[in-house]
Design a protein around this ligand. Structure first.
Ligand SMILES: Cc1ncc(COP(=O)(O)O)c(C=O)c1O
Length: 428
């Protein structure tokens, strides 16, 4: 595959952008090699600067569930742009958008638009602290909720302990109220609540973990988490930035029939434009400024282009889309499992809806302790071999691949063949 143009552009960008990128995973540090530089995209395919067509399983890290450049979404943005890019004032479209979100996700009675998933989770946590008057927050080992200081924390030495900073530039003081527990371990969470329950403002969880690869919740874990929070007067926050509108029309809470106190949405809600949401019970949301004492604001929040793209996306994402995605994703999962079984590869595939991960470790993968056993070197070779076959797979072991409604059964079948080849390359 010719990569001349991409390589030349990455050489230029290396002088200007840290790692040559505007977000770390794009630099291919976890898999080696240099990334293709993308020129344009349509449907399920990306075109790079060397005019290679790449079958896309990254989908912009989630948002492109309808495929790239859907004419109705693009048209909605063009129409909105012609009327002005940003007003910093109320618009009818943001109200239409809020109505559409609340209808899809009934636990959200009132909401705020922000511009990124990071802002959504950070604001939801501030609100939880303001509402409960408590300081401690609990997150799970291996989960990612954006790059707010208090969330860049790694687990301490024991289970369910206070963590330490997981990034330079985060003072220990900023994470001293963040506790880290093991995902899918309800017993450990129960013990934590017995010990610290009266100090806990909120537990934030990716209801299906996507940031240690795709790890589904074990039965009872999420419901147990919600009731532990309720009993202790703490809030449950579902970070559905990735799973919202992805694993089901109303997100993971729809799939598992649960009602968290607060929810963060991002990625798909903006249809590819910078837009995210936090929201939940009205009584809690009424604590947000200007109604209440919890401050949160944004110059571009509810931007008319973003909410127009989001509205068009919501309109197009019908129940049929989810049926289609389920069939297609199950076909991919089954095909990969057959490849693993036939080759007796020490791997496992895990999927929820149209998010899926091939782990280079025998499963099941239930939490970060399991995921961290993966052979990331083998994954790097697997990734490189897929790219050589024009399959654009997420460039890190601990990410989920996504499908869009524009992927076809032919695309999926072609991918299964490529994965069989890539497994061989990974073992060499
Ligand atoms: C579950 C989850 N929460 C929050 C975020 C942060 O979102 P953003 O990158 O829009 O700030 C991400 C990003 O990948 C995510 O996967």
């Amino acid at each position: 595959m010719n990569r001349e143009q991409s390589t030349a552009i990455m050489e230029r960008s290396a002088f200007l952008l840290p790692g040559g990128v505007n977000s770390p995973v794009r630099a291919y540090g976890a898999v080696g090699g240099s990334p293709p530089v993308i020129k344009c995209a349509r449907g399920a395919y990306l075109t790079d600067e060397d005019d290679n067509a790449l079958l896309d399983y990254v989908c912009s890290w989630g948002p492109a569930i309808l495929g790239h450049a859907h004419p109705e979404v693009v048209g909605a943005v063009q129409e909105a742009a012609a009327s002005g890019l940003s007003f910093g004032a109320p618009t009818q479209k943001e109200v239409d958008f809020a109505e559409a979100i609340c209808a899809r996700v009934p636990s959200i009675e009132m909401m705020r638009c922000v511009s990124s998933g990071t802002e959504a989770t950070m604001s939801a946590l501030r609100l939880a602290r303001g509402y409960t008057g408590r300081d401690v927050i609990v997150k799970f080992n291996g989960a990612y909720h954006g790059h707010a200081d208090a969330l860049l924390v790694k687990a301490g030495s024991g289970a369910a302990t206070f963590g330490s900073p997981d990034s330079g530039g985060v003072p220990a003081d900023m994470v001293k109220n963040t506790m880290v527990a093991e995902y899918n371990d309800l017993e450990a969470l129960r013990e934590l609540f017995q010990r610290e329950g009266s100090r806990i403002a909120a537990v934030i969880v990716e209801p299906v973990s996507g940031n240690m690869g795709c790890v589904p919740p074990v039965p009872g874990f999420l419901a147990g988490l919600i009731s532990l929070c309720r009993d202790a007067g703490a809030l449950s926050i579902f970070d559905e930035v990735m799973t919202g509108l992805r694993v089901a029309s109303g997100g993971a809470q729809d799939l598992y029939d649960l009602q968290p106190d607060l929810t963060a949405l991002g990625k798909i809600v903006g249809g590819g434009m910078p837009l995210a949401v936090y929201g939940g019970r009205r009584e809690i949301m009424q604590k947000v400024s200007p109604l209440g004492p919890v401050y949160q604001a944004g110059t571009l929040s509810g931007n008319p282009l973003s909410v127009s793209a989001g509205l068009a996306n919501l309109r197009l994402l019908t129940a049929d889309c989810y049926d289609q995605l389920e069939l297609l994703s199950a076909r991919l999962e089954d095909g990969i499992r057959a490849v693993i079984d036939t080759g007796k590869w020490p791997c496992t595939v895990q999927r929820v809806g149209s998010m899926l991960t091939v782990f280079f470790h025998v499963g099941p993968i239930r939490n970060w302790q399991d995921a961290s056993q993966c052979d990331t070197t083998a994954f790097g070779k697997f990734h490189g071999a897929l790219l050589e076959q024009s399959i654009y797979w997420p460039a890190a072991q601990f990410e989920a691949a996504f499908l869009s409604v524009k992927h076809t059964t032919d695309d999926v079948d072609k991918t299964i063949v490529a994965i069989a080849n890539a497994m061989k390359a990974a073992s060499s």
